[in-house]
Ligand binder design. Sequence first.
Ligand code: ATP
Length: 248
Amino acid sequence: MTVLQLQELSKTFNGISALSNIDFTINEGEIVGLVGPNGAGKTTLFNLISGRLRPSTGKILFEGTDITGFKPHAVCKLGISRTFQSSRPFSRMSTLHNVLTGQVFGKGFSLHIRPEDEQMAHELLDVVGIAHKAKTLAADLTLSEQRRLDLARALATRPKLLLLDEVAAGFSPVLVKQAIKLINRVRERGVTLLIVDHFLNLSLKVADRLLALDHGEKIAEGPPNIVMRNREVLRAYLGMRYPDEEDD
Ligand code: ATP
């Protein structure tokens, strides 16, 4: 089943194109890596899907419903959640209460916290491997623990589609391995994932397909091993050229 469909999606800022005519489909249960060098348009695409920005032209369909121009809270209630490039926990709240706020938000701002909500929050902390930090202030978590908390908070809204922004940026190989396990665990919960991965340290190992952007345009899509041999992608990342290519 198709979860997300982008149709000729474009975004301009003051007449300058940040994204141009993006067509792309994500299927249920897939893990898709969104890759591309600086300024490629990855964050802009996330902001369009999550409702932070309105597209200039084009459509976004989520499970067949046209959600183009929907506000972030409406997008979240329908089942799309996201994390941000930098962690944004409520730093003076405990880890557990951070997750509970995600649940409250996902339920449409009901402030009544039931024992089963609290149990679910504990379960999510367990899924992301920081159950032992439930009572710790979010400000006192390490960077990798804060990223895990971001993930737990996003999962607490019960998303069908989760947008992860650079979850493993700056991670050591050991932490990247843990992140891969974690992402697979999230998929096993029935969540479809779109992952921004500028440095390619995660998506080459975990994604079923890649969507590669450069200068706001789609330059390739497909399985990671095929996309990473694409000449446009090599040129975008490495400035590499094939011997048969002429100078511009
Ligand atoms: P990075 O990996 O560096 O975060 P990115 O692939 O996420 O890059 P975007 O941040 O989406 O790229 O930027 C795409 C283009 O749109 C860039 O040229 C950027 O300068 C421009 N842009 C993004 N947001 C805005 C904005 N709010 N106003 C004006 N231009 C913007």
